[in-house]
Design a protein around this ligand. Structure first.
Ligand SMILES: *Cc1c(COP(=O)(O)O)cnc(C)c1O
Length: 227
């Protein structure tokens, strides 16, 4: 575990260096879906500070079991509105917001919990029917609506490109997310910040970093294959 984490960190560092970005501008989220709490604990003890989970029910148990550790929890899976209350209770950053309805639900529970909920907007750059996310051309409109929600703080954008066996094929999708981010930044919408780009997984994180990723979500390279 320790060795795998060191390897991933080294690859991030080497890539950052090659494109003249500070290592500190890239956050490593270890994606621990399907991994039991003991395995996640090993990762934390080996230096992981950020964890990503996809399923609320599974995550609740792990987050409770590991409550003593000062780590940041990221929700990266598809989130149904009826699970919004748990997402607010358990997660520091929710990467997968793609509708006003979901943002409103999150806002409601954030208000109840006296919390400002940090979120990212998930963008479906390739318009894949199998994936969640708002389309590029609808993102600005959604952001303007979400900016009115008092207990929501948008921090940036997230995407999952189509699955390719070659990371270079994902590059145009990463570049498109960065360009969208830059475009939105120019609009200077109040209550919206656009600093984070959550993109890149085990197969393509180096390419994502070259295209400006500030958060990479890595499961397999850290934990091995999922059962
Ligand atoms: C599972 C998952 C990951 C991690 O994928 P790996 O290929 O195992 O690194 C990243 N992001 C999301 C949204 C995921 O569901």
């Amino acid at each position: 575990m320790k060795h795998r984490i060191e390897q991933v960190k080294k690859r991030i560092k080497d890539t950052a260096k090659a494109c003249k970005r500070p290592m500190a501008s890239i956050r490593l989220v270890a994606v621990s879906k399907t991994m039991p709490a003991e395995v996640v604990r090993d990762a934390i003890e080996a230096g992981i500070l950020d964890l990503g989970e996809n399923y609320i029910q599974e995550a609740k148990e792990k987050i409770n079991a590991l409550a003593a550790y000062p780590v940041t929890w990221h929700f990266i899976g598809h989130l149904q509105s009826n699970k919004a209350r748990y997402a607010v209770r358990f997660f520091d950053l929710i990467h997968s917001v793609d509708s006003l309805k979901l943002a409103q639900e999150l806002n409601k529970y954030a208000k109840k919990n006296d919390k400002i909920q940090a979120i990212l907007i998930q963008v479906n750059v390739a318009k894949e029917v199998s994936k969640s996310g708002v389309y590029v051309e609808d993102t600005l409109h959604l952001l303007r609506e979400v900016s009115r929600l008092e207990n929501i703080a948008v921090k940036g954008l997230m995407t999952m490109p189509p699955f390719f066996n070659a990371p270079q094929k994902a590059r145009p999708y990463f570049a498109a997310l960065r360009e969208l981010r830059d475009h939105i930044k120019l609009e200077a919408i109040s209550n919206i910040s656009m600093d984070e780009l959550s993109m890149g997984m085990t197969g393509d994180f180096e390419t994502a970093i070259e295209e400006g990723a500030t958060i990479v979500r890595i499961g397999t390279a850290i934990f091995g294959d999922r059962r």
